[in-house]
Design a protein around this ligand. Structure first.
Ligand code: TK8
Length: 379
């Protein structure tokens, strides 16, 4: 599973940092125009992609008083992410880097390592704890091993739409979940949107729960996600994100599930024939920093990093939403067949996955689930 036909992922160990750095484009430049899908090596018979850029609103203005005291140290923040540079996640980290460097006259800079090059979500989280990496942006699902409450986001059809997601993120219960990381060796500074997850596969279009019976599907490293797919009669395999492309390419699994922006920007269209808009789960991202690194920073830097994280959270959600249907169209334009489930079809999935709540609510906490639900509904 670690053989790749393309330099999709390099392990941190065994690769000197300098060598790894050479592969990375500088993150501090403009990223408006050139971060297209066009750097793809192309895959044999696949249709050439229209490397057009999505239409995106500008990022929030960077409005700060520049920290320029002579006593302020210089730091380069190594920031590893699982997704591509042109994903909403990658664009957000570039904005964050611009924010920090603009507000510190270049004393704080960010080096972005995309595409799981320095590890997968769990490995990058360990990197934060051991100090080999300063920041990362994992999904909540693998982070459930540190903060079990985050499992609430693995429940199917809990978050109905992005307004509800914002209400949760901006609520007290949202803040409390982030604060749970204190003392773990990593701090969660802000939320991000991974998004509504859609199934892609090579067997056929998914329109009903019957269509996923027997489907060999990769799922995130999270037991609740496994239960969802078992409940539907599929054969789920847990796997780190960085392994997914080659597992699909080699036919180890037939399908996987991720938001359209990921399905497109991680080039899954090269190795998937069908994409079905099932919206079965909404999962967030966590904007994380190593606790020891953060605590060792000048308080003025700490405040700035929090402020920049909040602005980045806002920007990342905006980009994720602006890119969502564009990415679906791009995925379809690649030659894959795309279908969007209607309300009745979604209801069949809601019903079929309802037992997941009975199975997991006791561990996650009934009260927490009720609270998140009522915040989601704006009550
Ligand atoms: C990227 C992952 C990814 C997630 C997954 O690091 O593993 O499928 O959805 O986005 O966090």
């Amino acid at each position: 599973m670690r053989t790749h036909t393309r330099p999709r992922r390099m392990t941190w160990l065994g690769t000197s940092f300098a060598a790894t750095s050479l592969l990375i484009a500088s993150c501090s430049g403009d990223f408006g125009g050139e971060a297209a899908a066009g750097d793809d090596e192309g895959g044999g018979e696949e249709t050439a992609q229209d490397s057009g850029e999505p239409e995106l609103s500008p990022p929030p203005e960077i409005d700060c008083e520049v920290l320029d005291g002579d006593d302020l140290a210089e730091h380069t923040i190594k920031f590893g992410i699982g997704l591509a540079e042109d994903s909403p996640q990658g664009r957000a980290v570039q904005y964050f880097g611009d924010y920090l460097s603009e507000c510190t006259d270049g004393r704080l800079t960010v080096d972005l390592f995309p595409d799981s090059q320095v590890g997968d979500d769990l490995e990058m989280m360990s990197g934060l704890r051991s100090g080999t990496l300063e920041m990362t942006y994992p999904s909540t699902s693998p982070a459930v091993s540190f903060v079990p409450e985050l499992g609430v986001f693995d429940l199917p059809f809990l978050v109905p739409d992005t307004d509800a997601a914002d209400r949760i993120f901006d609520s007290e219960v949202g803040d409390e979940m982030l604060a749970e990381f204190e003392g773990s060796g990593m701090l969660a500074l802000a939320w991000g949107e991974n998004g509504f997850r859609q199934v892609t596969n090579n067997d056929g279009p998914i329109e009903s729960p019957e269509d996923v019976q027997g489907l060999d599907v990769r799922v995130m490293e999270n037991e609740i996600q496994v239960t969802i797919w078992e409940q539907l009669g599929a054969n789920p395999t847990t796997m780190a994100f960085g392994e997914v492309f080659s597992a699909l390419e080699q036919g180890v699994v037939s399908g996987q599930e991720n938001p359209w922006v990921t399905n497109y920007t991680s080039n899954f269209w090269e190795v998937q024939d069908y994409g079905s808009e099932t919206r079965h789960v909404y999962t967030p991202f966590l904007f994380m920093i190593g606790e020891e690194f953060y605590n060792g920073l000048d308080p003025a830097y700490q405040d700035l990093i929090q402020e920049a994280s909040d602005a980045t959270s806002e920007y990342q959600r905006q980009v994720a939403r602006e890119m969502d249907s564009w990415a679906r169209d791009q995925f379809e334009a690649s030659g894959a067949e795309v279908n969007v489930l209607d309300e009745d079809q979604l209801d069949a999935f809601r019903e079929a996955t309802a037992p997941v709540y009975d199975r997991w609510a006791p561990q996650i906490g009934e009260e927490l689930i009720d609270e998140v639900r009522s915040v989601a509904e704006g009550e």
